[in-house]
Design a protein around this ligand. Structure first.
Ligand code: NAP
Length: 259
């Protein structure tokens, strides 16, 4: 399917690896020029070069922490005129509800709520003026069904979801859509880190921990970054202009819901 977005420009935050990289690759495959970001410059540049080589699109890299005011300013400067925004950043650490203090919540809110809002505020007004834009926020399945040890993530991402629900309806009339993609378990470094923790805790191998977790997913496997990226690229396509303020679970059926 021709997504109809060749020649457009996208900012994909936190995209040297994992789900963000999947989104960058899929958009580049549709002919979209990119601004890519991550903190680690080496992995970022390697991923950017692989995308330039594979797809022949322009890729600008901005190595910085996207959750800081300085990082946001640098990324916004490089992304002027972007038609597409994919919001992403690392997730907060697990823990117990009794452990978290105000500072922990502020950090989680900065990463997973206030940073995406800052980019929406930075880029959406110009998209509205041009009459076309797409925003996709990478959130989590935890928005639909809480993961108790990820209370900081549950809280921050649900806050963003509430903001998007109203804002998406305020900007849709100018041709700009805002939607959220909710990953379930995907085979990325983050999943490896979580499986490594379980393996250590239970005295089993990481392969056993992975198989154990995969068996809890109806699809009996983890998602891939390619599948995730393809869904993101579709939401950014010409065909998705009537999809507004939605929360799309990509979880192999893992969250047990009727709707
Ligand atoms: P990942 O494989 O660890 O990749 C994270 C990417 O984001 C890397 O490129 C990393 O590069 C970059 N990054 C992290 N923090 C950043 C920051 N502050 N500023 C700029 N770049 C940053 O993670 P992932 O699995 O793709 O997860 C992406 C998001 O989806 C996370 O919020 C995660 O919690 C959420 N999620 C993932 C899953 C899953 O199964 N994978 C499930 C539910 C939700 P640097 O480290 O070099 O900055």
């Amino acid at each position: 399917m021709d997504l109809g977005i060749a020649g457009k420009r996208a900012l994909v935050c936190a995209s040297s690896k994992g789900l963000g990289l999947g989104c960058a690759e899929a958009l580049a495959g549709a002919g979209v020029n990119l601004v890519m970001n991550a903190r680690g410059a080496e992995a970022l540049e390697a991923s950017a070069q692989a995308i330039r080589d594979a797809h022949g699109v322009e890729v600008v890299t901005v190595a910085c922490d996207v959750t800081t005011p300085e990082g946001q300013a640098a990324v916004l400067e490089a992304s002027e005129g972007a038609d597409i925004l994919v919001n992403n950043a690392g997730g907060p650490p697990p823990g117990m509800w009794t452990d978290w203090e105000r500072e922990d919540f502020i950090k989680a809110l900065d990463s997973n709520m206030l940073t995406p809002i800052a980019f929406i505020k930075g880029l959406v007004p110009a998209m509205m003026e041009r009459g076309w834009g797409r925003v996709v926020n990478i959130t989590s399945q935890a928005v639909r069904a809480p993961i108790p040890v990820l209370g900081l993530s549950n809280a921050a991402r649900t806050g963003l979801t509430g903001y998007v629900a109203g804002t998406a309806r305020q900007v849709a009339g100018k041709g700009v859509t805002i939607n959220n993609l909710l990953p379930g378990i995907h085979a990325t470094d983050r999943a490896d880190a979580l499986d490594g923790g379980v393996a250590k805790q239970q005295g089993i191998s990481i392969e056993e921990a992975r198989a154990q977790r995969a068996s809890t997913i109806p699809a009996q496997r983890y998602g891939t970054r390619e599948e995730f990226g393809a869904a993101c690229a579709f939401l950014c396509s010409q065909h998705a202009g009537f999809i507004v303020g939605q929360n799309l679970l990509l979880d192999g059926g893992g969250v047990n819901l009727t709707m």
